[in-house]
Design a binder for this molecule. Structure first.
Ligand SMILES: Cc1cc2nc3c(=O)[nH]c(=O)nc-3n(C[C@H](O)[C@H](O)[C@H](O)COP(=O)(O)OP(=O)(O)OC[C@H]3O[C@@H](n4cnc5c(N)ncnc54)[C@H](O)[C@@H]3O)c2cc1C
Length: 401
């Protein structure tokens, strides 16, 4: 077992789940990841395997057919999966956020309708806040829902939906002015709609089009799409929680657990980069000895391992805080910020250790080098994390003079 990124105090069940996932990653993901990624191919066999392991229902309560596990168990599994291939963790991440939002905010009918099939992986979730004109500034959303009898008519364009094509349920955040007087704060006039659709591309439901996959520099295999709503009719019972005007808070709650998840991905990718770097450093010789024997390279390895340990500790702390029922926005923001920055730095160092070969597509580090930047952006950029952290610190350390 690896020495780094150990987690103290896990139960027997947690250890068993993690060892099963680690085994799956080593045998089923790592050997095929780079080839699939270069072909931008959806990893169907891996997804089927994850389904069998029950990972799509890991945090869904047992009464709905899930495993009812904690955020910590989930995050540690994500860390393992991202160590194998970050795109695979992306496939479960949006599903997990939508299931979490349903569990926390859904009506009883919505939970009964969606959660058992989500736990089985038969319904797969995507979530959609971003639009072509905005990502960080969610309050500027322009997509709109207008009430018409017993349903709502949705119009607008969404951007950057991870799993937009492969999902069959999208949680979509739109502006809904119905029932909210003129001048209501933007975030109080937003609603999350649970939009069911066929997987695939083109017109997947009347009024709803998924145009195709966005061509990305990395994070391949998993589909990222736009979503166009043109007179999309959604019945009122598909308003998340049954009441309009709560969408912004529901989404922010989802994004908060998503941040722990992105931190976990950063930890996993950094661990893999360290593994690759420390192995290569002992194989490659220059000036008569393995490069690992040059102090400059040893220092790099020392810095990389220290970053892997620090990011893992902060990620675990943020997950445990949420599991204890406490507010964790400060810890999640810090963990996401630190883990994604460290991930980029550790990957860069592993790349440098590989010399020219790091630039060759034959070496795994080339893939990691294109994947790490996504973590700097997804679930809120570094600047947005620092805004959240800064605001929370000023609340906690309010000057009483
Ligand atoms: C591969 C991929 C997958 C994604 N998946 C999803 C998904 O599934 N669902 C979804 O809804 N979205 C998704 N996103 C969108 C992602 O959340 C946004 O890209 C991200 O929030 C940043 O928004 P933006 O791209 O509009 O950048 P902008 O908000 O335009 O920001 C541009 C730059 O300005 C900085 N900035 C912005 N505001 C401030 C400020 N107030 N102070 C200082 N600096 C600021 C930002 O940090 C950034 O550096 C995905 C993005 C990518 C790349």
């Amino acid at each position: 077992m690896a020495r780094l990124a150990q987690t103290a105090g896990l139960t027997d069940v947690q250890q068993e789940i993690l060892s099963t996932v680690r085994d799956f990653v080593d045998k089923e993901i790592i050997p095929v990841a780079t080839e699939l990624e270069h072909r931008d191919e959806y990893p169907q066999a891996i997804v089927d395997g994850l389904k069998e392991l029950g990972l799509f229902g890991l945090m869904i309560p047992e009464e709905y057919g899930g495993l009812g596990e904690s955020l910590l168990t989930y995050a540690l599994c994500v860390e393992e999966i991202a160590r194998g291939w970050m795109s695979v963790s992306g496939i479960i991440n949006t599903h997990f956020i939508v299931a979490y939002m349903l569990k926390q905010h859904g009506t009883q009918e919505q939970k009964d309708h969606f959660l058992p099939r989500m736990a089985a992986g038969d319904i797969r979730g995507a979530f959609s806040m971003s639009e072509p004109g905005l990502g960080s500034d969610v309050s500027a959303i322009t997509s709109k829902a207008v009430k018409d009898g017993d349903s709502y008519v949705l119009n607008g364009q969404k951007m950057w939906l991870t799993n937009g094509g492969t999902s069959s349920l999208v949680a979509v955040l739109v502006r809904s002015d119905e029932g909210h007087p003129e001048g209501t704060a933007p975030h109080k006039s937003m609603t999350t709609f649970l939009v069911e659709k066929e997987p695939g591309f083109g017109e997947v439901r009347p009024g709803l089009t998924i145009p195709g996959k966005i061509d990305k520099m990395g994070y391949k295999g998993v589909d990222t799409t736009e979503l166009i709503m043109d007179g999309l009719r959604v019945s009122a019972d598909r308003v998340l929680g049954g009441t309009t005007g709560r969408g912004f808070y529901q989404m922010m709650d989802g994004v908060e657990v998503g941040r722990v998840n992105v931190a976990a991905r950063g930890c996993g990718v950094a661990q893999r980069a360290f593994e690759l770097g420390v192995r290569y450093a002992q194989q490659r010789h220059t000036f008569g000895k393995p490069i690992a024997q040059h102090q400059a390279i040893q220092f790099k390895l020392a810095e990389m391992a220290t970053k892997v340990e620090a990011a893992h500790a902060m990620m675990v702390n943020a997950a445990r805080k949420k599991d204890s029922g406490e507010r964790n926005d400060l810890e999640a923001g810090m963990a996401k910020y630190l883990a994604s920055e460290y991930c980029k730095e550790v990957v860069e160092d592993a790349f440098r250790i590989h010399g020219g070969y790091g630039f060759s597509k034959e070496y795994e580090i080339e893939r990691l080098y294109r994947e790490a930047p996504m973590l700097l952006i997804g679930e809120g950029t570094a600047e947005i994390q620092k805004m959240i952290i800064g605001r929370r610190l000023l609340e906690e350390y309010r000057f009483q003079g």
